[in-house]
Design a protein around this ligand. Structure first.
Ligand SMILES: [Zn+2]
Ligand SMILES: [Zn+2]
Length: 120
């Protein structure tokens, strides 16, 4: 059920870097970007890879980070904004360490908001 509703919003995952242009100067890149309550979203794995930071590659870590970013961007595409709860997948992050700490699921507040939009 969830997969069918999300399918039109899923876009290819980019392996290339996603430098952020014409945005706030403190953000020089993003892990992903989505249209708020819109159909488009993209996630880049470029800076989610441990190798980018000089560490040994770890596919498990990469998959976990990528899933969190995809769920986060899908949340935006369904109209959710950033959440104050650090363990909620909708919490804003700007480093992979923050992505690792952030949870992979929606908090109760965000889950309720999605249910209000017809997500189940
Ligand atoms: Zn976000
Ligand atoms: Zn939340």
């Amino acid at each position: 059920m969830l997969e069918l509703r999300c399918r039109p919003r899923i876009r290819p995952i980019a392996a290339a870097d996603s430098p952020r242009r014409r945005s706030r100067p403190v953000l020089t890149f993003v892990f992903g970007q989505a249209q708020l309550d819109g159909p488009g979203a993209v996630v880049s794995t470029y800076r989610l890879r441990s190798e980018f930071y000089g560490l040994p590659g770890d596919e498990g870590v990469l998959v976990e980070r990528t899933i969190k970013e995809c769920v986060h961007e899908l949340g935006h595409s369904f109209g959710l904004v950033h959440c104050d709860y650090y363990d909620c997948v909708m919490h804003a992050t700007s480093t992979v360490d923050e992505v690792d700490v952030r949870g992979a699921v929606f908090c109760g507040h965000c889950a309720s908001a999605l249910e209000g939009k017809g997500w189940s």
